[in-house]
Design a protein around this ligand. Structure first.
Ligand code: PLP
Ligand code: COI
Length: 354
């Protein structure tokens, strides 16, 4: 891999107060960029002062959304060290998304170095306050200045980082989720399993509608029968019903969440039966009506493990576990965050120390 050239910012920003951090609003002093040219490959890996990108107004990403991204975090441990959680899983998923969007594969060593070298340079930005972290957003864009619908020959891999607190203003309090019955997020053969920016653009209208009704996010249904639940805007979902854990299977239109896979592993370690299968919204509402629904939660890097206290579809609303965080949700949150912040042992080798 070529050496990463570092150009330091002339002045450094004032860091935000880490006791009042929100999600994704303040960015650090530097960013990582590498270019790809078809026929030449990856070149010019560099860390430069954080700032606006120079893009041609005809750049493909601006017109045809040739973009994919990832999300992971750097955590500050009690001894002041910094660690990442399953970064290679993010890098492999990024390359799967890239393949779907006809973007070039980023060699794993380049993808990882872009993350680790930037985080090392910005180490003072990794907050110390409980439940805070440095969110890492790698992304890949096609930047050819040409309006023909073809994949780009010039692409960029960019990494930006930002100190964050809880994703939801609710913190660990239960969120309210609305089952979306008009728009769909993804279909098999589409881009649902990729972390493509376009998926999120298509989700905004339903998210806005849900928010205006007082809901935090929507729960998407499958795009064909509009019956089976898939995932929430920024999380996979799990339900504890009659003692068993249920979660939608990875059917090609659901994102293969890294928090999801980690939670499934922990639940299995603890002896729970986890069923990954098709789950209809009707099955969930029926379980809630007849008292079999014990807990519900979402899983995601930004959202961590987030209890779901209310589920609504049309005019029907069900309250789950008295709108309180349940014992399994709490145990998952404690164990996962314990591993991430280095308080607990890491039996599955999920941690990469910097
Ligand atoms: N589903 C969607 C649509 C997401 O945006 C995310 C967030 O990354 C997830 C699920 C959870 O994935 P992960 O646990 O890898 O962050
Ligand atoms: C993440 O959890 O990393 C995400 O990408 C969710 C999001 C803010 C879109």
């Amino acid at each position: 891999m070529q050496e990463i050239k570092i150009t330091r910012a002339a002045t450094l920003k004032e860091k935000p107060d880490s006791s009042t951090l929100v999600f994704g609003k303040s960015f650090t002093d530097h960013m990582f960029i590498a270019d790809y040219y078809q026929g030449k490959g990856w070149c010019d890996p560099r860390i430069v002062p954080y700032g606006p990108l120079q893009l041609d107004p005809a750049a493909k990403v601006l017109h045809y959304a040739q973009e994919i991204f990832e999300g992971l975090k750097a955590y500050r441990t009690a001894d002041g060290a910094i660690q990442l959680f399953r970064p290679m899983d993010n890098i492999r998923r990024m390359n799967l998304s890239a393949e779907r969007l006809s973007l070039p594969q980023v060699p794993e060593d380049l993808a990882l170095a872009g993350i680790t070298e930037l985080v090392k340079l910005e180490q003072d930005w990794v907050p110390h306050e409980k439940d805070t972290s440095l969110y890492i957003r790698p992304f890949l864009i096609g930047v050819d200045p040409a309006l023909g619908v073809h994949s780009s020959h010039h692409c960029q891999y960019i990494v930006i980082v930002c100190p964050v607190g809880a994703y939801y203003p609710e913190g660990l309090a239960p969120v309210k989720i609305y089952v979306e019955d008009q728009d769909v997020r993804a279909v098999k053969g589409g881009t649902g399993m990729a972390k493509a920016g376009g998926n999120y653009a298509a989700s905004l209208r339903a998210g806005d509608r849900a928010e205006s009704k007082g809901y935090t996010q929507v729960l998407w249904l499958d795009g064909v029968e509009r019956k089976y639940i898939e995932e929430v805007g920024a999380m996979n979902v799990m339900f504890k019903v009659g003692g068993k854990i249920l979660t939608p299977d990875l059917n090609g239109s659901v994102l293969d969440g890294i928090t999801r896979r980690s939670c499934i592993q922990l639940l299995k370690d603890w002896g729970y039966e986890v069923e990954e299968r098709r789950i209809s919204a009707e099955e969930l509402f029926e379980a809630a009506r007849n008292g079999a629904m014990e807990e519900a939660w979402g899983t995601g890097t930004a959202a961590v493990v987030s209890p779901i206290g209310e589920l609504a579809e049309g005019d029907e609303k069900v309250i789950i576990n008295n709108n309180e965080i349940g014992p399994v949700t709490q145990k998952l949150y404690d164990e996962l965050t314990g591993i991430q912040w280095g308080r607990n042992a890491d039996p599955h080798d999920w941690i990469m120390k910097l």
